[in-house]
Structure formats: structure tokens, C-alpha cells
Design a protein around this ligand. Structure first.
Ligand code: MN
Length: 424
């Protein structure tokens, strides 16, 4: 389905007067509002193909209906999101869940919706039908060379699929690890993984990047072979300049200082980008900014500061992706909320009075440093983000319009109430 442009315009007209009051107020308070809006317009967040259906837990799965039944319908769903917020202009695919039958047709469909293909994701954490060897005891780390080779071959296939679609990066997330002490020789698991990654790395086209994602625990509960940023950084450093560390916000042990990790990876030119989500305990699937929006702001503050220090393009030089899976919300509503949270945290970070912060840091004025950050964080940036959407042709209030247009009801009518999207 597609939203008629006139419907977005009618919605915006109805909201215009109220919006104008808010944007005028914030523009009067902040001198650099125009440059912030420009940056927001350019900033795009990739939507993962696996977040478009209702996720499950190991206890159950409750489909919300109208879920995309194939890759074409996933692209259509992201097209709707992008029409509404003009900030979801990319899709991240998962192989083998999203193998295109006709890459050229898929490419054309995505282009028609204004979407490009972000990082490709390989999957060696599940066994597929007719697969010769099982990943029960790991993939790239496996003690059996034949299993490692099978996992390597799969990643090579993912790169091939990505080339056909115009992607330029591969995300490798491994569930490899061990559940019990003594199960693995840590050094051997690391070496096997490194040797396997080397073969995959060698197959990367020159303009491609490899993102090595880490996770502290789950599905393995004693050790994860790429368990933290240090291990990922070791792999990325040993592999070479095309390999980077990918930070998934939900993949840390509780209370980890993620903003410091981000700052140092960026300094070392090894930060690949992000999988955005939020978590309360050990989950990695909650809506971005729904639990700890201050942490998200602090991360963006380090990102903006670190990228500016290196003269990087905020929109293009790192990978910005959501990684989440929703059990109880309409996935499209949830994704609209997630993108909104990311844009607001980014806008707040752009509002930080950097000169004052540096001055406070250099004079050990701790209270002032906190004031500077709080001043930006406590600013209601929603009108700035809405203004960026308005200028790009999106809706002033995406979620409200989504509901008013009864998008989910239409999708259920088109696709049925019992559809289950491929994915987690
Ligand atoms: Mn992730």
C-alpha cells in the first residue's frame, strides 16, 4: 500500500498553525536551528527487515495481523514508514530470510520507495532446512572445520546477494560461545573465528565494510566468543581497515558506559555504527528511547563530538540501523516511535553548547558541564524534528496520521489477519 501525498498534505495543513507556534519559539531560543534542521533532513535510519512482523519469545508469539509475507511487502511497509517520517530511507536485510528471487526487480521496487540497501546480515545462529551441518555448537568458531566452512560459505553468499542489491556492508553477529565452563577452549574458539572471518573479509569488495557485532550473553550464557567491544575490536583490528565494531545498544552488561565505548571506538576509527534499541534488564528489543532516553542523548553527544573532531559526515560515514523485535506493539507504530526517538536524541546532541562544555571541562567546572548537557537534553526538540519532516515531504505527526489513515487495518484487509513475517 501507499499513502496518497494529498493525505499527508491535508494532515500537515491541519497541524500547521500549532506547529508554527512551537518552531517559532524554539528558533527564537536557538540561533543555529537552520543547520540542525539541515542535518536532520539528511539523517536516515535503516529499518531491519525482521522488525516488521510481531516478534516472539520462546514462550509464544502473538501475531498482530497484516504482517508482510515476503520481501516485496517488507519493502512496501518501510516505504510507508518513509513516506510518513522521511527518515527511514534504508532497509537492512537478513539472509536467508530475505533472499530476493529477482534482485533487479527488488532493487527497482526499493528505489521507487526511495530506499537503499543498508548492511546485509548473515545468519549462522539457526539451522536452515536441508543444511548439512548444525550450528548447535557454534559456526565460525566450531571445532569441526566442515562446519566452519559451511558458515563461511553462507557469509560469502550473503556478500554476493548484497552486491546484487547495491549494499556495501556485511554485519556478522555470531551466537557462538559456550553455555558451560570447560565446554570451549577460549583461545581455540577465538582463533577459529578469526581464521573464518579472514576468509570472509578477503571476499569483501574494496568499497565494502565488515561490521562485527558483539553481545554479552544469549543465546550462550557462559561465554560469547564476540562478547564485548574489546573482543570485537580485536577481531576488527586483526582483520584490517575494512572491519569495524558494531555497537548494539542492548548487547551490554547492565550499566555499561556505552557512550564512553562509542567515543573511543570513534577515536580509533573502528566504530562501524549502531543497532539502536533499548533495554531494561537483559533484553535488546525494546523501543529506542523508551527506557533510557538520557543515555541515548549522551551517546549521540559523543557521536556528534567525535564525528566533528574527525570531520565526518554525520549522515553517511557510520551505519545507523534499528535492531528490535516487538512482542506487543504494532511493529510499524513501534518503528515510527524508534525513529522519532533517534531523531530527537540527535537533535538534542546538536544543540549542545560545545564551546561552553569545553570551557567547563578545561576548568574542571563539573557543575557547569552538567548544566550544559542538561540544557540541551531538557530542550523539547520535537518541533525541530517535525520541521525537518515537513520540509522533506513527511507528516508533522507520523503516528497520528498512521492511525487516522487506518494503515494497519488496510494491511490486514490486503494480507489477512494470520500472516507471519519471516524473521525472529
Ligand atoms: Mn543487533
Amino acid at each position: 500500500m501507499q499513502i496518497a501525498q494529498e493525505q499527508i498534505q491535508a494532515h500537515n495543513q491541519a497541524q500547521q498553525a500549532a506547529h508554527q507556534r512551537k518552531i517559532d519559539f524554539i528558533a527564537a531560543e536557538n540561533a543555529n536551528i537552520e543547520s540542525i534542521i539541515e542535518k536532520l533532513v539528511a539523517f536516515q535510519v535503516a529499518i531491519p527487515s525482521w522488525a516488521l512482523g510481531t516478534g516472539g519469545t520462546r514462550f509464544g508469539r502473538f501475531s498482530g495481523g497484516g504482517e508482510p509475507r515476503n520481501l516485496e511487502e517488507k519493502i512496501e511497509d518501510i516505504g510507508v514508514l518513509h513516506q510518513l517520517n522521511q527518515s527511514s530511507g534504508a532497509i537492512s536485510l537478513h539472509i536467508p530470510w530475505d533472499i530476493p528471487e529477482n534482485p533487479e526487480a527488488i532493487k527497482a521496487l526499493a528505489a521507487q520507495k526511495g530506499l537503499r540497501f543498508d548492511a546485509m546480515n548473515s545468519n549462522t545462529f539457526q539451522d536452515q532446512k536441508n543444511q548439512e551441518h548444525s550450528y548447535k555448537f557454534g559456526s565460525l568458531q566450531h571445532v569441526n572445520k566442515a562446519v566452519r566452512q559451511q558458515a563461511i560459505d553462507h557469509n560469502l553468499e550473503v556478500i554476493k546477494q548484497g552486491i546484487a542489491l547495491g549494499s556495501d556492508s556485511l554485519t556478522v553477529w555470531l551466537s557462538d560461545g559456550s553455555c558451560f565452563p570447560g565446554q570451549l577452549n577460549f583461545r581455540e574458539a577465538f582463533q577459529n573465528t578469526l581464521e573464518s572471518l579472514k576468509v570472509i573479509y578477503a571476499a569483501l569488495p574494496a568499497n565494502w565494510k565488515m561490521y562485527i557485532e558483539y553481545k554479552a550473553f544469549e543465546p550462550n550464557f557462559y561465554s560469547m566468543t564476540v562478547g564485548d567491544w574489546g573482543q570485537s575490536y580485536l577481531f576488527a583490528s586483526k582483520l584490517g581497515p575494512q572491519a569495524y565494531t558494531l555497537v548494539d545498544l542492548g548487547h551490554h552488561l547492565p550499566n555499561a558506559n556505552i557512550e564512553q565505548i562509542v567515543s573511543l571506538l570513534l577515536m580509533e576509527e573502528k566504530l562501524a555504527g549502531f543497532h539502536f534499541n533499548d533495554s531494561k534488564y537483559g533484553d535488546d528489543d525494546l523501543t529506542v528511547g523508551s527506557i533510557n532516553p538520557y543515555q541515548l542523548f549522551l551517546i549521540f553527544n559523543e557521536l556528534v563530538e567525535g564525528m566533528d573532531a574527525r570531520g565526518m559526515n554525520h549522515a553517511k560515514d557510520l551505519g545507523w540501523m534499528i535492531d528490535a523485535s516487538h512482542n506487543v506493539k504494532d511493529p510499524l507504530e513501534d518503528l515510527l516511535q524508534s525513529v522519532e526517538a533517534i531523531m530527537n536524541a540527535y537533535a538534542q546532541a546538536l544543540l549542545v553548547d560545545k564551546a561552553s562544555l569545553v570551557a567547563a571541562q578545561q576548568s574542571n567546572d563539573v557543575a557547569k558541564a552538567q548544566e550544559v548537557l542538561q540544557q540541551a537534553y531538557r530542550t523539547d526538540t520535537r518541533a525541530i524534528v517535525a520541521e525537518a519532516r515537513l520540509r522533506s515531504g513527511g507528516a508533522l505527526k507520523p503516528l497520528e496520521l498512521y492511525r487516522n489513515l487506518a494503515v494497519r487495518e488496510q494491511l490486514i484487509k490486503e494480507r489477512g489477519a494470520q500472516t507471519v513475517a519471516t524473521g525472529l
